[in-house]
Design a protein around this ligand. Sequence first.
Ligand SMILES: C[S@@+](CC[C@H](N)C(=O)[O-])C[C@H]1O[C@@H](n2cnc3c(N)ncnc32)[C@H](O)[C@@H]1O
Length: 378
Amino acid sequence: MKTQLQLPDQTLRLQRYPYIEGSDLQAWSAGDEYVYRYLQEQQLDKQQRILILNDHFGALSSMLASNNQVTFMSDSKVAHLALRQNLLLNQLPEVNCLTSIDSINNEYDVVVMSLPKINRMLCWQLTQLRAVLPSNIPVIAVDKAKQIHSSTLKLFEQHLGTTTTSLAYKKHRLIFSFADNASPKQAEEAVSWSATPTPVELSNLANVYSGEKLDQGARLLLEHLPTPSCEPCDVIDLGCGNGIIGIRYKQLNPTSSVTFVDESYMAVESAKRNALSNIGTLDGCNFRVDNCLESAPKESADIILCNPPFHQQNAITDHIAQQMFEDAKNTLRSKGTLRVIGNRHLGYFAALVKLFGREQVSLVTQNRKFVIIDATKR
Ligand SMILES: C[S@@+](CC[C@H](N)C(=O)[O-])C[C@H]1O[C@@H](n2cnc3c(N)ncnc32)[C@H](O)[C@@H]1O
C-alpha cells in the first residue's frame, strides 16, 4: 500500500485508520488529488476558509491544512480518528472538526465534498448548504466519474442551484455548484417507518445504514435474540445503526442495560431518539460513538449482539468485522457471548473459531442467505 503522497509543493505520509500493515487500501484517492490540483490552479488566497465534507481518511484536509483554515465535517468516527492521525504524522496544524450532527454556518470561502454513498445524505447536506451559503461560494464535489450520473447532477440543481462538471482526470470528475436555486427542494432530516412485525417505530437520520427499510440480517437476528444468561445483563449492540437490535432486546429484557455503539454519529443519534420513543426512557441505555469497541472497558459485557459491516466506503473488506470480533472478546466477561449474524459466504464461523476456540463457537440457526453464530468466552 502506498502511504507517501507526492504533491507539487509538499510530500505527505497518509494512512487509513486503523493502520493495517500490508493492507492494499490507500488513504487518499485520485479524486482528492484532483480537487487539490484544481484549488491550486485557482490560486486561492492563503488562509481561505475551506469546509470539507465527507473526507474519508482526512487526506484532503491534511493536504490543505498548512495553507488554509480547514473545517472538517464527517459522520464517521473512523474518519475523525484518521484525520487526527494524519495531522500528527505530518506535524500539520490542527483543523476545526465538526460531526454530521453539528450545523453548518456561512463562514466559508469554498466548500469541498466527497460524494456520500447514500443519496439521502447528499440531499440533506445540500439542503443545509443551500440554507446558509451565499450564492457566490463555490461548492466543489468529487467522485469517480462512473458514480456521477445525470440524476446526481439533478440532485445538486434541485437542492442547491446552478451545476456544471469538469473533464475526467484519472477516472474522477468534479461537480461545481452554487447555492442559487430560488425554490430549492428540501430534504427531510429523518425518515420514519415501522419495523413490522417487530413493534418498533424507527426514525433514521440521513446517513444511517439501511435507513429506509429493515436490513434482512437484522430481521433474522430479531427472531433469534439470546435469552439472558444473567439477571440483569450488560448488553452491547455493536454497529447499532438505527438501534433496532438493542431496542428490541431492551423491550424484551427491561432490567438489562444496553449500550449502543456505532462509528456513525447519525446512527448513534438515531438509536438514541429511537430508544427514547420506543422504550419510553433512556434509563439503562448508553450511547457511544466508537471505532468498534476501542474505548469499551475490558470485561464489561455479558452479551454482544452484532450485525457487522462488510464495506468501508466503496471497498468490500472484512477488517472491521475482524476488529469487532477481537474487541468483543476483550470486552466480554468470562462466559459472556457474542452473537453474530452474517451472510453465509463471509466465513465468520472460521474467524470466530480461530479467536474463541472450536468448542466455544456454535451455529444458532441458518437460512439460505444468513448464519447466526454464538462465540462464548471461556
Ligand atoms: C450491517 S450494519 C448493522 C446495523 C444495525 N445493527 C442493523 O442490524 O440493521 C453495520 C453497522 O456497523 C457500523 N460500523 C461500520 N464500521 C464501524 C466501526 N468501525 N465501528 C463501529 N461501527 C461500525 C455501520 O455504521 C453500520 O451501522
